[in-house]
Design a protein around this ligand. Sequence first.
Ligand code: NAD
Length: 260
Amino acid sequence: MMLTDKVAVITGAASGIGKDIAKVYLAAGAKVAIADLNIDAANATALEFDPSGERAMGVAMDVTQEDQVNAGIEAVVAKFGGIDILVSNAGIQIVAPVVDYSFANWKKMLAIHLDGAFLTTKACLKHMYAQGRGGSVIYMGSVHSKEASKLKSAYVTAKHGLVGLAKVVAKEGAEHDVRANVICPGFVRTPLVEKQIPEQAKELGISEDDVVKKVMLAETVDGEFTTVDDVAQVALFLAGFPSNALTGQSIVVSHGWFMQ
Ligand code: NAD
């Protein structure tokens, strides 16, 4: 699957899954904007993947802030001349039982995952529609777009919400050949997950080893973590898929943890 000279914006691409998607898209010939709250890490990632500075750029963006999102997308269009692919990927995790979940943390989680997806979608769709060459919008959902786990009320709510947003964008975007889909990974060993292991061990009163074996990977077919590259290959497939045959879908990549 090639993305020759397609322009991709990937949020949260200074780390983890988003960073690997940026690498895979560049290798497939795309021009890539690495949008992140952490601009130093975003710039370092762009330089690491494309020392020439011609095909990758770091973009400062808090996805919860409309002015920052709009300014970031305009900067991408100014440098690369348009937008063909959006990967709305930025995300965090905060775990606690519902009874202890602070309202502030609930709102923070919904803002990053849902407001961020809405604002970046809105800003990119305007360009995709005006350009008249179609586009692909990809949301980073999770098995938690389909399933629930204890301690993750806000995350599960937000990730389910992305499936609804993708379906609406698939319907509205169709007449412009803009497609929208969701990738739903199982556990991937990124900083987001490394942080959770001791937190869940404390909340559940079990060892960190048991969090990995009995909570995170218990339902997989082989006890294995999903990798960043597994997810990036699916993101490449969705970005390059050439027709509206594949839109409004969510694809689970989880070693069989969840089977549709
Ligand atoms: P990560 O912590 O490695 O990377 C997340 C990136 O998002 C960081 O670079 C961070 O700076 C950035 N970010 C955070 N808040 C932001 C904001 N407000 N604006 C812009 N950027 C922001 O995490 P990851 O594991 O690579 O997660 C990426 C996405 O994948 C998230 O949406 C996460 O929910 C989803 N996901 C992860 C897993 C997993 O097991 N790691 C599984 C399923 C889904």
